[in-house]
Design a protein around this ligand. Structure first.
Ligand SMILES: Nc1ncnc2c1ncn2[C@@H]1O[C@H](COP(=O)(O)OP(=O)(O)O)[C@@H](O)[C@H]1O
Ligand SMILES: Cc1ncc(COP(=O)(O)OP(=O)(O)O)c(N)n1
Length: 266
């Protein structure tokens, strides 16, 4: 069994954050572990509260995982403050962790800030250089590349720029702003597009968390980055296409869409 650790925030509604990650990792055939960076009170309509984990408690969670069940890959999601970012970077170096996927979570789709403004410097300084791949959406790629992204050519310019500065592969998700399902990767001097059929589903809460966890799971299973992304996009497309509709706002996807036959109701 391959193992994946998610370092992220908890989403009480279960559609994003740690909960989405664990469902995704399991659905992609790996064993899921977690180190929780924050509790969020959140549902499909928005975020009503955030309480951060202390740096000491985050370090203890990471020590507990690494000294017992070593992760084959790591996904890092919401980390709100500089102190927590530095703890994660130090532990990743201490334990020489491999296959680190960083989802550069900044603002939720519902509009809530999930990282302190002044922690973005620490994210750039400490986490991006130790990532194998990072997965910004367009607004996040604009912050990291310090440029405006208006079209697909700008997406390519941005991923190349970010990758050259931070030395990691960069997957920019076309999601919300330019197209709905075409993402672009810059890795080892090459540009690759991943085209996904746009699925007409307003329930997209947690898409970024889900994609990055599926990529981490596929890297843990030994796939190279290109195939890991293709498999992850197939998975998220299946979860969106299922058309589950829960909650009063932008609802979660069905992470267990291909397990349905096992749980048929009478
Ligand atoms: N309606 C959709 N149909 C198919 N794929 C989608 C749709 N919306 C988003 N995606 C895909 O979901 C993944 C996450 O993208 P995105 O929603 O932009 O991330 P984030 O949640 O970080 O903003 C990407 O692979 C994107 O192409
Ligand atoms: C606890 C927590 N972490 C991350 C997010 C952001 O989720 P993401 O999949 O990037 O995008 P949206 O769900 O906001 O579309 C979150 N909301 N909560």
């Amino acid at each position: 069994m391959k193992t994946v650790l998610t370092i992220a925030g908890s989403d009480s509604s279960g559609g994003a954050g740690i909960q989405a990650d664990i469902k995704t990792i399991m659905a992609n055939g790996c064993y899921a572990m977690s180190a929780i960076t924050a509790l969020t009170a959140q549902n499909t309509l928005g975020v009503t509260g955030i309480q951060e984990t202390t740096p000491e408690m985050l370090a203890l969670q990471l020590d507990a995982v690494f000294t017992d069940i070593r992760p084959d890959a790591i996904k890092i999601g919401m980390v709100a403050s500089e102190k927590l970012i530095r703890v994660i970077a130090d532990k990743i170096k201490e334990y020489q962790a491999e296959h680190v996927v960083v989802d550069t979570v900044m603002i939720s789709t519902s509009g809530h800030r999930l990282i302190d403004e002044d922690a973005i410097g620490a994210l750039k300084e400490c986490l991006l250089p130790i990532a194998e791949v990072i997965t910004p959406n367009i607004p996040e790629a604009e912050v990291l590349a310090e440029m405006t992204i208006r079209d697909e050519q700008d997406m390519v310019r941005a991923v190349e720029k970010i990758s050259k500065v931070y030395g990691c592969a960069v997957l920019c998700k076309g999601g919300h702003s330019i197209n709905d399902a075409n993402d672009v990767l810059y890795s080892d001097g090459k540009v690759n597009w991943y085209y996904g059929k746009r699925i007409d589903n307003p329930n997209t809460h947690g898409t970024g968390c889900t994609l990055s966890s599926a990529i981490a799971s596929n890297l843990a299973k030994g796939y190279k980055i290109d195939e890991a992304i293709r498999n992850a996009k197939d998975y998220i497309s299946g979860a969106l296409a299922d058309g589950m509709d829960l909650g009063h706002g932008s609802g979660p996807m069905n992470h267990g869409f291909d397990l349905k036959s096992r749980f048929a109701e009478s």
